[in-house]
Design a protein around this ligand. Structure first.
Ligand code: URA
Length: 231
């Protein structure tokens, strides 16, 4: 059984698969025990799994905006669909469009390092984007593309029910918080999206270009950890 399936089974059975080994309590516990499934529970679990699977297929087939004409494939998102942490970036770039996974290029490597600094790995979070398809030449998302994709992100948030959201970069932050306030004024604060705390962090692609901002980036991650601990 793959790990996602096993986690969903355990979670649906009310078995807490997250044990606090770090201060912010996000590391996986021992999920290796194979436990028999009462029939009623098993059907709930299967519904959840089916729903997530069908949802991914719906995203993969989407033609709601013109980006479907230029994409190689959709990028649904990766990680644990029951994670406490949801990271939301802007849109797939060239590497993500080819590989079908978010944040796999150089910026993605830096994001992985930023997670590691928080004692998290990519299996302990879910990573998604505002857009599921790559805008040509990595241009900014157009408003009609954001609204065409909005329902997918909403469904992801509803399914995952994260404890905290990290808005990765200006565009993700401004879209999620429905504002055009500059990122410099959005960071260092706890925002809320339907009662879920949202922390704005610099985009790793920006950090690769602006090494001087790395100290601020660490401050943002610390605010995220501090906020998570209060939940
Ligand atoms: N930048 C993003 O915002 N998302 C990705 O998936 C890759 C790069």
């Amino acid at each position: 059984m793959d790990n996602t399936r096993r986690l969903l089974y355990l979670d649906a059975m009310g078995i807490d698969v997250w044990v606090s080994r770090t201060d912010h309590g996000v590391e996986k516990g021992d999920v290796s025990t194979d436990i028999g499934q009462p029939e009623t529970v098993a059907s709930t679990i299967d519904n959840n799994l089916d729903e997530w699977q069908i949802f991914q297929e719906q995203v993969a087939a989407c033609q709601a905006c013109s980006l479907h004409e230029t994409r190689t494939q959709t990028v649904f998102g990766t990680g644990n669909p029951k994670a406490g942490w949801l990271l939301i970036g802007e849109a797939p770039g060239h590497n993500e469009d080819i590989q079908g996974e978010p944040f796999v290029g150089k910026a993605g490597q830096l994001l992985t390092e930023m997670l590691r600094a928080m004692e998290l790995n990519r299996d302990q979070v879910f990573i998604a984007n505002i857009l599921k398809c790559r805008p040509p030449n990595n241009r900014d998302p157009k408003p009609e593309e954001v609204s065409a994709c909005h329902g997918f992100l909403q469904r992801q948030i509803q399914f995952i029910q994260p404890k905290i959201i990290l808005a990765v970069g200006r565009i993700a932050a401004q879209q999620l918080l429905k504002t055009d306030v500059p990122i410099g004024k959005l960071r260092e604060k706890v925002h809320y999206l339907d009662k879920i705390p949202v922390i704005v962090i610099y985009h790793p692609a920006y950090l690769l270009r602006s090494l001087l901002e790395k100290r601020k980036a660490w401050q943002d991650l610390q605010l995220a950890i501090k906020t998570f601990r209060t939940l």
